[in-house]
Design a protein around this ligand. Structure first.
Ligand code: AMP
Ligand code: ZN
Ligand code: FE
Ligand code: FE
Length: 290
């Protein structure tokens, strides 16, 4: 049996529904050799995940996912092998979470204007971690009977064309890559095919990020086809970048995506992790957590 890994997952620290411990237990049950925990805008789930990984013999990679803005829309960046002391990244994450709080308050104000009376307290209680977002608001809207399901909550209120939509603060891509690179993280462009652009634009954008320290492209992802994965891998190879892969598992918040296997066909071989580690070794960076 080929050893498999999953290098993109979310927990209750942000908008996943597995606690970090549950996530790592599920990784063990799914026979994954390694899992990277990459919550949005927080590292608060990582210590628990690492502890559980040690107990169960699952290699846990400390990570995070940051959202940035481009002319073509959002670009998501993963930092893998974050150090225990995240230095200036800590302040950046705190800023992003503060902006999430302000945005959530504005969404709640708009909902009140529409006669939808939910409170920030309910939303904070729904979110079990410190990075609070629209999936938590959607869950409250469903539980309180304002919407039949999360899909409707996004369609009617929270999505881009919803009546209570408020945009989120996004970072600048080059600076974000640079900050993670300077911390000694392995920097990955997450799900490049989900940004609506043509391949030429993606390749040029990727080459620009490489100048800032990008290491790899997430070729394998639940919402990438096999052809998408091949195109991403070819694009990365042309510029001397590595490839990564992960499911973007969110537990019950994205019920169709399963850990390790995505919609069923995703497979991320351990050799992808080994290649990323070899790159780190070449830069004199650690691949084990102290
Ligand atoms: P936020 O970080 O608060 O902007 O929320 C973004 C998250 O909301 C995404 O990661 C998705 O999981 C979820 N999301 C965005 N759009 C939709 C949608 N139309 N339906 C369901 N979930 C969505
Ligand atoms: Zn998410
Ligand atoms: Fe993402
Ligand atoms: Fe993600």
């Amino acid at each position: 049996m080929m050893k498999l890994v999953d290098l993109h997952t979310h927990t209750t620290a942000s908008d996943g529904t597995d606690t970090p411990e549950e996530l790592v237990r599920h990784a063990r049950e799914a026979d994954l050799a390694a899992v990277a925990v990459t919550d949005h805008d927080t590292v608060s789930g990582l210590d628990e995940a690492v502890r559980t990984g040690r107990e169960l013999g699952v290699e846990v990679i400390r990570g995070c996912e940051l959202s940035t803005a481009s002319e073509k829309g959002e670009i998501h960046i993963l930092g893998l092998w974050l150090p225990a002391d995240i230095g200036p990244l800590g302040e950046k994450l705190a800023y992003l979470r503060r902006m999430r709080g302000e945005r959530n308050a504005r969404i709640v104000d708009r909902l009140h204007e529409l006669g939808v009376d939910i409170s920030m307290e309910e939303i904070r209680a729904e979110a079990r971690g410190d990075a609070v977002g629209r999936p938590h608001i959607a869950a409250v809207l469903v539980r309180r009977g304002f919407c039949p399901d999360a899909r409707a909550a996004f369609a009617d209120y929270l999505g881009r064309t919803g009546r209570a939509y408020v945009p989120r603060t996004l970072l600048e891509p080059g600076e974000t890559v640079r900050m993670l690179h300077d911390l000694g993280a392995t920097v990955v462009w997450a799900h490049p095919m989900l940004t609506r652009a043509d391949m030429a634009w993606r390749e040029e954008f990727m080459a620009g990020l490489k100048e800032h320290g990008l290491d790899a492209v997430e070729a394998h992802h639940s919402d990438h086809s096999e052809a998408d994965a091949r195109e991403c891998a070819a694009m990365a190879a042309r510029h001397g970048l590595a490839v990564s892969g992960g499911s973007d598992y969110h537990g019950g918040n994205k019920p169709k995506i399963r850990l390790g296997v995505g919609h069923g066909r995703l497979r991320v071989p351990y050799s992808i992790l080994e290649d990323l580690k070899a790159l780190r070794a070449g830069r004199g960076l650690p691949t084990e957590i102290a």
